[in-house]
Design a protein around this ligand. Structure first.
Ligand code: SIN
Ligand code: FE
Length: 292
């Protein structure tokens, strides 16, 4: 069952923690625990107005690319758009300084991914099984192959009514992999090249990406697995933040609205314990190199 480790940080810098506390946090994170920051709120002015206006435009998730300054979702009126964009840009900067302040060793290889604002209520939301995040899963993105890199995400619950964000978490990655991997056929020859040529994927889909996508899909589509696997529930109160390797920690978001999220990609080589990564675990199980 996933452990939650409380980190008493009050600023988005990370470097204010002692070196020992930072080491402990790194060990915990790479050992597939969730780092929970109960005293680290992300403050956004007039968040209730932003939420109401973005939802009115039909947006469930607004995603922002800090590298290009592009905000996906064309439906927003100009002032709302600018306010969301600046809140997302600031969240990206804050989350980056948190991660780099806590874990300077990640600086060399860190890639900053998408930033998102998630105004919609999760509970009762209609979606296909594949997009249904109330089912336990590990993260993997069909159009963004990571080629072995880790997916690290920082979340902040900014719900203005003080509602928590409720998650569940399932079994350790190795147990998930042992259950599903034996039945996953290997990546078919030529498929990854074809996907890249057709621009369906941004980079080449490696065997690692293939296994991770299949794990995501097989976990979510297996109703029996969902109902029987041991899981723990926890709530992140409004005004708190957390950080987790979502490619490894089996998770489901059950309830809550109004959160910010930042995605980072981290090369396995930058980790303190690369052998604990999903890449190395899958390579041990399949006796193959999966990302080269
Ligand atoms: C997810 O990554 O499955 C969703 C997490 C959330 O929005 O709280
Ligand atoms: Fe997820």
């Amino acid at each position: 069952m996933t452990e939650i480790v409380r980190v008493p940080l009050r600023e988005w810098t990370g470097s204010t923690l002692s070196a020992d506390a930072r080491d402990d946090a790194l060990h915990a994170l790479e050992a597939a625990k969730i780092l929970f920051f109960p005293q680290l709120p992300y403050s956004v002015e007039r968040i209730e107005l932003l939420r109401a206006n973005t939802l009115a435009a039909g947006s469930k998730n607004l995603s922002y690319d800090s590298a290009t300054g592009r905000l996906r979702s064309a439906e927003l009126a100009a002032p709302v758009r600018e306010a969301v964009k600046s809140a997302l840009e600031r969240y990206c900067t804050s989350a980056r300084s948190l991660v780099l302040g806590l874990f300077p060793r990640y600086a060399a290889g860190l890639i900053v991914g998408r930033t998102s604002f998630r105004p919609a209520e999760i509970a009762g939301r209609e979606s296909s099984w594949r997009k249904d995040d109330t089912r336990l899963h590990v993260d993997s993105f069909p159009s963004t192959p990571v080629q072995g890199k880790r997916i690290l995400r920082v979340f902040s619950n900014v719900n203005p009514e003080g509602e928590p964000r409720a998650w569940r978490s399932g079994e350790p990655f190795e147990d998930v992999a042992k259950k599903f991997v034996p039945d996953i056929p290997p990546l078919a020859h030529g498929v990854s090249l074809l996907l890249a040529c057709l621009k369906i994927t941004k980079q080449r889909r490696t065997a690692y990406d293939h296994y991770m996508l299949k794990l995501h899909d097989r976990m979510k589509s297996d109703a029996q697995y969902q109902s029987r696997v041991p899981a723990s529930a926890f709530e992140f109160p409004a005004g708190t933040s957390w950080m987790v390797y979502t490619d490894q920690v089996s998770h489901a978001a059950m309830r809550g609205s109004c959160a910010f999220e930042q995605t980072f990609y981290i090369p396995v080589e930058a980790m303190e314990s690369p052998e604990s990564s999903p890449l190395r675990i899958l390579e041990r199980l399949t006796h193959a190199r999966l990302a080269s």
